[in-house]
Design a protein around this ligand. Structure first.
Ligand SMILES: NC(=O)c1ccc[n+]([C@@H]2O[C@H](COP(=O)([O-])OP(=O)(O)OC[C@H]3O[C@@H](n4cnc5c(N)ncnc54)[C@H](O)[C@@H]3O)[C@@H](O)[C@H]2O)c1
Length: 359
């Protein structure tokens, strides 16, 4: 039997959540992490510079659609566990160009499953028993809720609205199919909106912080009434480790922060934090920069997660409230312009850029 550290292959480890997962798993001392990432516009190895030279971290550039290459990496690195985060993840981009989402999120996940199944079958009996394929998904697969009632549980029906959520829903189904059909030991998790350090500055919270610091408009879709549940990214990384190691095979786990906020409340909270930390010249509030813009097509009204199963079965709870997590996030963006300014200035090519979306 192999001793710790176990080798975890993290797909999409150069992205926002994936990089938090890599940092968290390596810091725990329990794992050797292999980060497999294609480095699309959303992948950024500078998010992982803290791990440079760490013997328990290795980066392998690959596309999850390339089954042969992934199969070879799984074998060469003697992978014990897989956590799958690689995806196209931005709803607005999925509206402008849905096929990239079908290719990576649907075909890519199925291609990865094929490589992982071959790898799992090649393992000895003990390693096969310990192996897990953890698929990281989103609450958006459940569609939307009325403003004033309802909550997503693990049994909520799938009812995705956008090309992004439809592609994630399809990937969830493929993962379950590989379990039911081939016996692959899978676990799934569906999480609400994440925020925190190293978040690509096209998403709501980092975009609003960056625009406010640059004295640019803070555009809010519609009336800003859409509601999302928010979770600090490091709390998600802790939850993902708990699901990967403690989740029951074939089960899914909802993860959320019990922190529902309207988009407008989120923007207002950021403005208040910035007013206190970095007042504008002339003393006016950053709130004056808010601008309302035409709503996104098919914009889900509300997402709300019931994380009771994760809390009770896995003993996981968030360490940050929305208020403490948001303050940490604003402070991080104030201190780390070296990370987000180059992305904003050189690489930010979203065709709907400048519009504020929650995810
Ligand atoms: N951000 C959220 O709020 C949130 C919430 C719930 C679930 N999720 C899910 O978590 C995962 C990670 O989300 P994120 O916000 O960190 O996304 P992200 O866009 O920041 O990162 C995605 C990463 O995947 C990589 N990637 C894309 N296509 C690839 C391919 N074909 N092969 C290999 N690598 C590829 C990118 O280079 C990037 O590093 C996604 O599966 C997403 O659906 C995100």
């Amino acid at each position: 039997m192999k001793n710790v550290p176990q080798t975890v292959l993290v797909t999409g480890g150069a992205g926002f959540i994936g990089s938090a997962v890599c940092r968290h798993l390596v810091a725990s001392g329990k794992y050797r992490v292999v980060n497999l990432d294609k480095l699309t516009y959303a992948g950024n190895l500078t998010s992982l510079r803290d791990l440079d030279g760490n013997p328990n971290y290795v980066f392998r550039k690959a596309d999850i659609c390339d089954t042969d290459k992934v199969r070879k990496i799984l074998a060469d690195e003697a992978v014990d566990l897989v956590m799958h985060l690689a995806a196209e993840s931005h709803v607005d981009r999925s509206i402008d160009g849905p096929m990239a989402f079908v290719t990576t999120n649907v075909v890519g996940t199925a291609s990865l499953l094929q490589a992982v199944l071959d790898h799992w079958r090649s393992l000895g009996e003990e390693a096969r028993k310990r192996f897990r394929f953890h698929h990281v998904s989103t609450d958006e697969v459940f569609g939307d809720l009325p403003f004033d009632s309802g909550v997503f549980t693990e049994d909520s029906p799938y009812k995705p609205s956008s090309p992004y959520s439809a592609s994630k829903a399809a990937s969830d189904h493929f993962v379950r199919a590989w379990h039911e059909t081939y016996g692959l030991p899978v676990v799934l998790s569906n999480c609400s909106n994440n925020y925190g350090p190293y978040h690509f500055p096209e998403k709501l919270i980092p975009l609003v912080i960056a625009n406010a610091l640059d004295e640019q408009p803070l555009p809010v879709y519609g009336k800003g009434a859409n509601i999302r549940d928010w979770l600090f990214v490091e709390d998600h990384a802790r939850a993902l480790e708990a699901v990967m190691t403690g989740g029951r095979i074939g089960e899914s786990y909802n993860i959320g922060g019990r922190a529902e906020r309207t988009n407008l409340e989120v923007v207002e909270a950021i403005c208040a934090l910035l007013d206190a930390r970095r007042p504008r010249n002339g003393g006016r509030s950053h709130l004056d920069l808010i601008t309302y813009v035409t709503d996104r097509p098919g914009h889900d009204r509300r997402y709300a997660i019931d994380p009771t199963k994760s809390e009770q079965e896995l003993g996981w709870t968030p360490l940050e409230t929305f208020e403490t997590g948001l303050a940490r996030t604003v402070d991080w963006y104030l201190a780390n312009g070296w990370w987000w300014r180059p992305i904003r200035e050189q690489r930010f090519d979203g065709t709907r850029q400048g519009l504020v979306a929650a995810k």
